[in-house]
Design a protein around this ligand. Structure first.
Ligand code: SF4
Length: 190
């Protein structure tokens, strides 16, 4: 029997639109904060992972690419990827980039550092992204947007690579947001 589809099954379109919009205008990158705040709020208030199970557009992108478009090899991921030490280590690594992004934003806000119109990809490469800054906003707001977009784009690129090499949503086994919400749910439901 065909599974009934719901509006939230199309959240991948919202996510894909986010990346396209951010490509042309970095201000839209601010919407990425929704993907940070809502899952945490849902976990804190509801004590569940309904965001991951239903609404996360990024997770759905991996399913669409892997299952619908058949781009996944469907191989099991190595076990270390879902081990506690790797998930927690990756969370620390990810958070250090997030904190650094906020730090750089503060430096730009205080005029200590100038705005960098680049997007940091894969935690290493600063890719020029100046075309996406067509409307001038306060430099710190733009800096935060460039930083956040880099984090979001990196996670989707790594997730797509993992989808292709292993199974769709392999990223989810070590996703920092998924890990954080898991921890919160465990604490809340103790
Ligand atoms: S684990 Fe991360 S990418 Fe996967 S569904 Fe949850 S928030 Fe989305």
């Amino acid at each position: 029997m065909k599974k009934k589809t719901h509006w939230f099954d199309y959240m991948w379109i919202v996510s894909a639109t986010y990346f396209v919009m951010g490509f042309f205008n970095i201000v839209f990158a601010w919407f990425g904060m929704i993907c940070f705040i809502i899952p945490l709020l849902v976990a804190i208030i509801g004590g569940n992972k309904i965001w991951c199970n239903r609404y996360c557009g990024r997770g759905q992108i991996f399913l669409v690419l892997g299952n619908k478009l058949g781009l996944s090899r469907g191989k099991a991921a190595p076990r270390w990827l879902s081990s506690k030490w790797f998930r927690n280590g990756f969370l620390v690594f990810f958070m250090s980039f997030f904190i650094n992004m906020i730090y750089v934003t503060i430096l730009v806000a205080k005029d200590i550092r100038s705005l960098s119109e680049t997007v940091n990809l894969l935690w290493t490469i600063n890719v020029p992204w100046h075309w996406a800054y067509p409307v001038e906003i306060e430099p710190w707001k733009a800096q935060f947007a460039f930083g956040l977009y880099g984090i979001m784009l990196t996670s989707v690129i790594v997730g797509i690579v993992l989808t292709i090499i292993y199974r769709p949503r392999t990223w989810c086994v070590c996703c920092p947001m998924g890990n954080m919400t898991q921890m919160i749910c465990k604490l809340k439901n103790k």
